[in-house]
Design a protein around this ligand. Structure first.
Ligand code: SF4
Length: 198
């Protein structure tokens, strides 16, 4: 799905993280209709066998893509859940990792199944996320361009942590109320996810 890289190295990395003592490792998987919707159960079995949590994410319309039509590949969390429940009944929980995942449990496994559903179960109302890009831009929302240039603050006040903290706190009112994503294939945000960071 990443179009590049080496899956074996990724799997080795996941196992190395577990062996290094990370207790709860979570995978995120974006499911696209016709691309990998036939791999949902394989991913769940992988998570169960490796003792991992896994969250399934509805694709967000970030960046302009030419290799697939987002309108045609949209796959809702409810559809993913239905596939999983054909093999593993899921029980909803109130567990939270302070993020947008809604978690479910299976009776016979410690692995949690999460759903991140920006389209079908919008979670902006409880969003507590901001992100810093590698260029020092504080982004207040994934689905909007509101941001503050922290690099400029750092350069104007070298070593002054108070100035930096003040700039971050002062930026919070800029956080937009919500995204305006649609599933019709429109590009709402030109920025790709890898420009934002995780
Ligand atoms: S407010 Fe922005 S960052 Fe938060 S959940 Fe909505 S789109 Fe994502």
């Amino acid at each position: 799905m990443t179009r590049t890289g080496d899956l074996d190295r990724v799997i080795d990395g996941i196992r190395a993280a577990r062996e290094a003592g990370f207790e709860r490792i979570k995978l995120n998987a974006v499911i696209l209709k016709g691309r990998n919707d036939d791999e949902v159960l394989d991913l769940v079995e992988f998570a169960r066998n490796e003792g991992l949590d896994i969250s399934f994410i509805e694709e967000m319309p970030l960046g302009d893509v030419s290799d697939h039509s987002r309108a045609e590949t949209f796959y809702s969390s409810d559809e993913v859940q239905e596939i999983i429940e054909s093999r593993h009944p899921l029980t909803p929980t109130t567990e939270s990792t302070l993020g947008p995942s809604r978690y479910f449990r299976m009776a016979d496994s410690d692995s949690r199944i999460g759903f991140i559903s920006p389209h079908s179960h919008n979670f902006c109302a409880t969003c507590n996320r901001v992100r810093v890009t590698v260029e020092g831009r504080l982004l207040l929302c994934l689905g909007n361009e509101h941001s503050v240039d922290l690099r400029r603050v750092l350069r104007a006040h070298p070593g002054d942590m108070d100035a930096l903290k003040h700039a971050i706190v002062a930026a919070m009112p800029l956080k937009p109320e919500r995204h305006h994503f649609t599933t019709d294939g429109d590009v709402q945000v030109v920025r790709f996810m890898n420009m934002t960071g995780g």
